[in-house]
Write a protein that binds this ligand. Structure first.
Ligand code: OSB
Ligand code: MG
Length: 369
């Protein structure tokens, strides 16, 4: 399929409630929706770079620049037989994995629409519904956190993740664990600790957590290995795993026992699939992370999480946990067994609501071959 047009939409969508992590508090969520056209068909992808460089160095602004100046000029006029042909063509542009992943997702959607296959079928997913949980931001106090968690448990979420940061970690996690002794619980520090300051987290090792996510800095693979030797709870890496090579190296050195896979973080679904396969071969469980996606990115996450080695519930909550109004006509709802159905239509299996798209677009550009 020969790509003849690429349109970028910088979106800013109000969140149902603010979301606070160790790197800050957000009331809105920005991203770039990518629309590509070929053979009279349109494919959509979500570039998950946010407004601020808090989770990673990439922002909606850097993505815009890299796509407009470098990636789109390469992609326009290119002929793709399969989405797995994407990555080798863009290796001359270093890094900027979220920008690449947005374009690549749009290509999977486009090829799916051309062939009639759903993304789940193209990736080799085996489940029709996937187990999900909810990621709970830092709250004002342990008491409010317990109340917020209770609300999500009442909605039917079977796995809770709480965000932590230095000084807002052990008391919070203990409060949730004593209020709900049997729930599936995990924590995420988003790189807020050093090997030294992470000593404060030792009490967490006795709270029966599923995992401790990304305690140390993104480029501290070796220190994560040192920390893992001190904890019986599995360490899970998110930010540190930016490619299949990083996944292999992390497993080789024992830096983690679980991997959170986000297609956006690793440059796209092709690399996400490669990391899944590597972990499966090594008996290492993975789960699907989230970036507060719109319906477009959520559809992609659901398809990815339907692969067999996604052994732990994903950060893929129902649409109403994030947005009153989404940019897709489809909304995703939680089933009573804490699962969400994987879309079945061609490609991502979602349709874009053009009125909502207009409403949330702060900037737009169309590029042609
Ligand atoms: O670290 O997993 C993370 C949201 C934005 C950036 C990073 C992270 C998150 C989440 C939310 O934890 C997951 C979701 O529900 O989409
Ligand atoms: Mg994380």
């Amino acid at each position: 399929m020969k790509i003849d047009q690429i349109t970028l939409y910088h979106l800013r969508m109000p969140l149902v409630s603010h979301f606070e992590t160790s790197f800050g508090r957000s009331y809105n969520r920005d991203c770039i929706l990518v629309e590509i056209a070929a053979d009279g068909l349109t494919g959509y992808g979500e570039d998950v770079a946010d407004r601020d460089p808090g989770y990673s160095y990439e922002t909606a602004g850097t993505s815009w620049h890299i796509i407009e100046e470098f990636l789109a000029p390469l992609m326009l006029g290119m002929d793709f037989a399969s989405p797995v042909d994407f990555h080798p063509q863009f290796e001359q542009v270093r890094g900027h994995l979220m920008a690449k992943a947005g374009l690549e997702m749009a290509l999977w959607d486009l090829v799916g629409k051309a062939t009639g296959l759903s993304l789940r079928q193209m990736l080799g997913g085996v489940h029709e519904r996937v187990a999900v949980g909810v990621s709970v931001g830092i709250q004002d106090s342990p008491e409010t956190l317990v109340k917020t968690v209770e609300g999500y448990l009442n909605q039917g979420y079977g796995r809770i993740k709480i965000k932590i940061k230095p000084g807002r970690d052990v008391a919070e996690t203990q409060a949730v664990r004593s209020a709900f002794p049997d729930i599936r619980l995990q924590v995420d520090a988003n790189s807020a600790y050093s090997l030294e300051s992470a000593a404060a987290l030792h009490p967490l090792d006795h709270l029966n957590l599923l995992l401790i996510e990304q305690p140390l800095f993104e480029d501290d693979l070796w220190d994560h290995r040192q920390l893992q030797t001190q904890f019986t709870t599995p360490i899970c890496l998110d930010e540190s795993i930016i490619s299949p090579r990083h996944a292999r190296q992390a497993l080789d050195m024992g830096a983690c026992r679980v991997i959170n896979i986000k297609a956006g973080r690793v440059g796209g679904l092709g690399h996400a699939l490669a990391i899944h396969n590597l972990c499966q071969d090594r008996g290492v469980p993975v789960w699907c992370g989230g970036m507060l996606e719109t319906g477009v990115g959520r559809a992609s996450n659901l398809a990815l999480a339907s692969l067999p080695n996604f052994k732990l519930p994903g950060d893929i909550s129902a649409s109403d946990r994030y947005y009153v109004q989404d940019i897709t006509h489809e909304r995703f709802a939680l089933n009573s067994d804490s699962t969400i159905d994987v879309p079945t239509g061609p490609g991502l299996g979602v349709t874009v609501d053009t009125d909502a798209l207009k409403k949330f677009t702060v900037k737009m550009i169309t590029l042609r071959a």
